[in-house]
Design a protein around this ligand. Structure first.
Ligand code: SF4
Length: 289
């Protein structure tokens, strides 16, 4: 199947078979996101999806784990999602681990019975763009949820057996607010207990609506040093088990990975070294300016 858009899936899903079921994101309004801005959201025809499953089957594929693409497949109507799950089971009866990206609103729009039915048909984990735990930042970034809404919907999800993993984004609060943002995010994560965390620094692209805010002076980006310090403070404050944490930065070759709490000290040490190096680099830039 020809893929339209930018392939974006959590690193923990790299071993999964990615099955596109839609093009773009039906929300498409987050101001920092450029992934699908150029695409008009549409659901792929069922024949195309079946064709793709058959292609993989004919190649001898037998995936046990499938990641549905693209931006927020969980936003599709439950009947359609169930029809896709049926097709998956028709070709791959052993596959019972089907995961995808979702927004908080997508969960809100499904009843408890629908969530249970989706779980019973193989949906195991949703990846949610939580980004951070600071209310006014979510509003500024035009996320489709508030903190209380996220608490409420994640609680429903958990009660009905579906796991949640969090996409976080360092630097969303802008210059000078990284540590405050880390504390709010840590509180949210400690309360809602995601299975895994993917934490990236904000990617500031000219095509993103957020870039207009930078030009107007209404958003001042944090420095790379601030982003590292935000990440360190967040990890320091986490006191829940996180099966897999994967943190990386857009402009720095720093990657912090591990299981929490077991690897916490190692991860903090790694970030302390990165902070020290970045501090020296920033100081030398100031001296040579
Ligand atoms: S919900 Fe996700 S994919 Fe859609 S615009 Fe927001 S960040 Fe981008």
């Amino acid at each position: 199947m020809d893929y339209e858009g930018q392939i974006c899936r959590p690193p923990m899903e790299r071993g999964s078979y990615m099955l596109p079921v839609a093009v773009g994101c039906s929300y498409n309004a987050c101001t920092f996101c450029t992934l699908f801005k150029h695409l008009k959201y549409r659901e792929l025809p069922m024949e195309k999806i079946e064709e793709e499953l058959l292609r993989v089957k004919n190649l001898g594929g037998s995936p046990k784990r499938i990641f549905l693409g693209d931006g927020n497949p969980f936003g599709m109507k439950t009947d359609r999602l169930l029809a896709i799950l049926d097709l998956i089971h028709k070709y791959f009866p052993l596959c019972n681990d089907i995961n995808m990206d979702s927004t908080i609103t997508n969960i809100h729009d499904k009843t408890d019975d629908e969530l249970k039915l989706l779980y019973d048909n193989g949906v195991r984990e949703l990846y949610l763009g939580i980004e951070c735990g600071t209310e006014d930042v979510l509003e500024f970034m035009k996320k489709d949820h508030t903190i209380p809404e996220a608490y409420r919907e994640l609680e429903r999800l958990k009660r009905l057996g579906i796991l949640y993993s969090a996409h976080l984004m360092l630097g969303t609060a802008g210059k000078g607010r990284g540590l405050e943002n880390a504390e709010n995010t840590a509180r949210f994560i400690n309360d809602t207990k995601p299975n895994k965390i993917i934490n990236t620094s904000i990617f500031l692209h000219r095509r993103a609506p957020l870039y207009r805010e930078i030009e107007k002076g209404t958003f001042i980006p944090a420095t790379e040093l601030e982003n590292l310090m935000e990440e360190r403070r967040l990890i320091e404050l986490l006191d829940v088990e996180i099966k897999s944490y994967d943190g990386f930065h857009d402009m720095l070759e720093i990657r912090t990975r591990g299981h929490l709490p077991d690897d916490k000290e190692k991860m903090l040490k790694h970030l302390d070294e990165a902070i020290e190096n970045e501090r020296k680099r920033e100081e030398s830039l100031v001296r040579s300016a």
